[in-house]
Design a protein around this ligand. Structure first.
Ligand SMILES: Cc1ncc(COP(=O)(O)O)c(C=O)c1O
Length: 416
C-alpha cells in the first residue's frame, strides 16, 4: 500500500535489515557541495561558562539550504528520479525541509510542491522565496487545495496549522496525482538512516583529535537529526566497541513534549489520518501546538525507533521552553559567532546546563551536540526575543490528557 506514496527503493530501505547501505555516486556528487561538514570545539562557549567540560559541535548549517535536511532530501529526490517519478509533494514546518527538498528536486529534475505550516509561511516569507528560487511551488497549510485543508479551514479560519495537518495535505495531493510521490523529512527509518552520515563523519573527526564523547545531545522534532548523530555511536555501544560509557539526550520543546509528556501509543503520523497507525510517542494526531518559533519541533509524534529507545531507557529526554532556548542561542552567537536555528538552540540550552553542572562537580566531560542548522531566516524570532516578546509556552497537562483520551477512545483495542 505504501507504494502509492513512496518509491520501491526507499521502502526497501525502510524495511531493510542491512547494517550499511552504500551511498550512490550521484548523491555523493551533491553531498560534495557541503560534506564533510565541520566539527568545532566550542572554546568561546567553554570559556564563557568557565566549565571544565569540553564542548564539540557538528555543524550542518553549511549545506546550501542551511540544515541537515538535504542529507535525506537529495537521497530521496535521487531514488524517486531513478523510478521515473516527476513530482514530489511534501510538508514543511520551519521551511528548512521544504527548502531542502526543493534543492534536491532541482538537482534531479523533479517538480516539488510544498505545504508550509501557515504560521511559518507568515513568520518566514524568505524561506518561501528560497523554495521558489529552487523551483518549488509553495502553499500555506491549511490550504484550500485539499479536502483536509478545506475542512480544517471551515472549522477554524484562524488555524495556524501544524506539521500533522500539512502532512495530510501533501499526502492527499500526492494520491490525487499520478505523476507524484510523497516525501517525508523525518520520522521514518530510511530518513533517519540517510542522516547517519552525520554521526559517521563525527566519529572520524573526533578520532582525529583522540576524543570520544561522554554525552551526545540533539534536538528532536521527528528525531532525524539527533538519530543521525548518535546512532553510529549507539552502534559502538551495543557492539561493545565504545571506548567509554556514553549517553544520549534528546531535547524537545515544552510546547510540544511528545516524548517527555506524551504517551507511547499507536497513532497516525498526520492529522487527517491518511497515514497508517504507528507505535510511537505521541501527543495525539489532532494536537495543535502553540506557535513557537522552532517550527521544526511542532510535531505531535516521534520516530518509532527513537520512541522505542526512549521507552527502553536507551536514551534520555529533556525539554526546554523558547525563552530559555533563545537566551542560550544568544550566548552561543556571542561566543561562537554562528546564529543557530531555533530548533538546535534547544540542544544548546541542554549543553549549557550540562556544562554548568560539570563546573559544579568538576567533571571534565566531553560533550558533543548537533548544530543542525543556522538561523539566518529566523530574524523575526530573534527580533521578538530581543524585544522581550517571546512566550515560554508550556503545554498544559489537561490539554495533553484530553488529546490522548480522544486517541484512546478512537482505538480502544490497541491503546489501552
Ligand atoms: C533546523 C531543524 N532542526 C531540527 C528539526 C527537527 O526535525 P528532526 O528532529 O527530524 O531533525 C527541523 C525540522 O524541520 C529543522 O528544520
Amino acid at each position: 500500500m505504501l507504494e502509492a506514496i513512496f518509491p520501491k527503493e526507499l521502502l526497501k530501505q525502510e524495511m531493510s535489515g542491512e547494517r550499511f547501505v552504500q551511498i550512490p555516486e550521484e548523491i555523493r556528487d551533491v553531498y560534495r557541495l557541503y560534506r564533510p561538514t565541520p566539527m568545532y570545539r566550542a572554546r568561546g562557549l567553554e570559556k564563557a561558562l568557565k566549565t571544565p567540560a569540553k564542548i564539540y559541535y557538528k555543524y550542518e548549517g553549511v549545506s546550501p539550504p542551511g540544515s541537515h535536511k538535504p542529507n535525506t532530501a537529495v537521497a530521496q529526490a535521487y531514488y524517486n528520479m531513478k523510478e521515473g517519478v516527476e513530482k514530489l509533494t511534501t510538508e514543511t514546518g520551519a521551511g528548512q525541509w521544504g527548502s531542502s527538498l526543493a534543492f534536491g528536486g532541482a538537482f534531479f529534475d523533479i517538480d516539488v510542491e510544498v505545504y508550509m505550516v501557515r504560521i511559518s509561511y507568515e513568520q518566514k516569507p524568505y524561506r518561501r522565496v528560497m523554495m521558489q528560487l529552487y523551483g518549488a511551488d509553495v502553499y500555506p497549510s491549511p490550504s484550500d487545495r485539499t479536502d483536509v485543508g478545506k475542512k480544517l479551514f471551515a472549522e477554524d479560519p484562524e488555524c495556524t496549522g501544524s506539521l500533522g495537518i500539512a502532512i495530510s495535505e501533501a499526502v492527499e495531493a500526492c494520491l490525487k496525482d499520478d505523476r507524484a510521490k510523497y516525501s517525508l523529512g523525518s520520522v521514518l527509518n530510511h530518513v533517519l538512516m540517510h542522516q547517519t552520515v552525520i554521526g559517521q563523519e563525527a566519529k572520524e573527526q573526533l578520532a582525529m583529535v583522540e576524543e570520544y564523547p561522554d554525552k551526545i545531545i540533539g534536538c528532536v522534532g521527528g528525531g532525524s537529526s539527533f538519530a543521525g548523530l548518535f546512532e553510529p555511536f549507539y552502534y559502538d555501544k551495543v557492539m561493545g566497541k565504545a571506548p567509554k560509557e556514553v549517553d544520549f539526550t534528546a531535547v524537545e520543546s515544552t510546547a510540544c513534549p511528545s516524548m517527555s509528556a506524551g504517551k507511547y501509543m499507536y497513532d497516525h503520523g498526520d492529522t487527517g489520518r491518511i497515514i497508517p497507525l504507528v507505535l510511537m510517542h505521541t501527543l495525539g494526531h489532532d494536537f495543535v501546538p502553540d506557535p513557537i518559533h522552532a517550527g521544526g519541533l511542532r510535531y505531535h509524534g516521534m520516530a518509532p525507533t527513537l520512541s522505542l529507545m526512549a521507552n527502553e531507557g536507551a536514551i534520555n529526554v529533556s525539554a526546554h521552553n523558547q525563552t530559555d532556548t533563545f537566551e542560550a542561542a544568544a550566548l552561543f552567537t556571542r561566543t561562537e559567532g554562528i546564529v543557530p536555528a531555533p530548533e538546535p538552540s534547544h540542544a544548546i540550552k541542554e549543553v549549557v546546563d550540562e556544562a554548568i553542572r560539570c563546573k559544579e562537580t568538576g567533571e571534565e566531560k566531553t560533550l558533543l551536540f548537533l548544530l543542525c542548522g543556522h538561523g539566518h531566516f529566523d530574524m523575526k524570532a530573534y527580533d521578538d526575543y530581543l524585544a522581550g516578546k517571546l512566550q515560554p509556552y508550556e503545554m498544559p497537562k489537561e490539554k495533553i490528557d484530553a488529546s490522548l483520551n480522544r486517541l484512546k477512545a478512537m482505538y480502544p483495542e490497541i491503546n489501552k
